[in-house]
Design a protein around this ligand. Structure first.
Ligand code: AKB
Length: 320
């Protein structure tokens, strides 16, 4: 049985990934960790460790004390925040990856998951059905760190046989933990505002198409990749992973089917330029072929579940 740690367990992906890993592999076999407290279920259903991923002494100490062999490294600064704090983003996103890659090289851990992003692509990348291998000239701090991270992953696999696996996440939509500091966050915020106020002011323009995915698909894909036989993992930089592609206008129209009085207005900010540098949709043949990836949620189903679940969440806290 693997002994797993999720680093960044209080975040949007980490909180859901921890609970799914615990339900599959047993609560005691999955250590959650973060610099800050996580959701109550994450904190109470299994072991939790508080540390800063930048603390080069503490990370291996925790990993050794729990006999960890598998690490999901999710601590990162997302695209919007990274533009505000470029050096901090570079340090956090790079140093944490390099120190875990070194631990894998030294045999302290056996397997590492590290998330990349559609942000590795840039303004010169083909915009529609972006393939796995293409022009990559990211123009954002976050994208530069993700592209460099991909190169390091491939390098450590090639030179040191480190078993590192990665996917290029699109914008992730979820109701458990809100996203923070990203460009695709509008696609989560919109549900809260639609339910609370029947209106939303979007920070992207109405026609800005971006690749997106509902969190249950992303969690399943992540664990499937980590559980697949290493001989099937042909790409050691990061796999394109595709789910849904839509614009703010299309999402608003879908929400309107459930909340007819819902209205959306547009006030693009600095994140518009980030979004415009990314593809509108990506193509993921390799993930489908190599380890059987297949998304399940489309726009209509994701919208229905989001509205139901966000409503359930807001009622007990007295917002509705
Ligand atoms: C962001 O918007 O920064 C992230 C991403 C696409 O990686 N959600």
């Amino acid at each position: 049985m693997n002994k797993i740690i999720v680093i960044g367990a209080s975040g949007q992906i980490g909180s859901e990934l921890t609970m799914e890993l615990r339900s599959r592999f047993g609560n005691d076999n999955v250590v959650a960790s973060d610099i800050k407290n996580a959701a109550e279920d994450v904190m109470t259903s299994g072991p939790f460790e508080t540390f800063d991923v930048m603390d080069e002494a503490r990370v291996p100490e925790v990993i050794k004390s729990h006999n960890i062999d598998t690490v999901y490294l999710l601590a990162a600064m997302l695209s919007g925040n990274a533009e505000k704090f470029p050096k901090k983003a570079w340090d956090l996103n790079m140093k944490s990856l390099l120190s875990l890659l070194d631990m894998a090289k030294e045999g302290i851990i056996k397997k590492l998951f590290w998330p990349s992003s559609i942000a590795v692509f840039g303004p010169t990348t083909p915009k529609r059905n972006t393939p796995q291998l293409t022009v990559m000239e990211p123009s954002t701090v976050y994208g530069i760190s993700k592209q460099a991270g991909e190169r390091w992953c491939e390098y450590y696999y090639a030179k040191h046989k480190v078993d590192v696996r990665s996917v290029r996440y699109p914008g992730l939509i979820s109701y458990k933990t809100e996203a923070g500091g990203g460009t695709t966050d509008y696609a989560v915020e919109i549900f809260y505002e639609a339910i609370k106020n029947s209106k939303y002011e979007c920070f992207l323009k109405e026609e800005t198409a971006l690749p997106m995915m509902f969190m249950p698909d992303a969690i399943r894909g992540t664990i499937d990749l980590m559980e697949t036989d290493p001989s099937h993992v042909k790409i050691r930089s990061s796999y394109n992973l595709s789910g849904i592609s839509f614009t703010p206008k299309e999402l608003a129209a879908e929400i309107k089917k459930h909340i007819p009085e819902f209205t959306i207005t547009y006030k693009p900010d600095f994140r518009q330029q980030i979004a415009e540098s990314w593809p509108g949709s990506i193509e993921d043949t390799e993930a489908r072929k190599d380890w059987g990836w297949k998304h399940e949620f489309g726009l209509a189903e994701m919208t229905r579940v989001m509205l139901e679940e966000v409503k359930k969440k807001l009622v007990p806290v007295g917002v509705l």
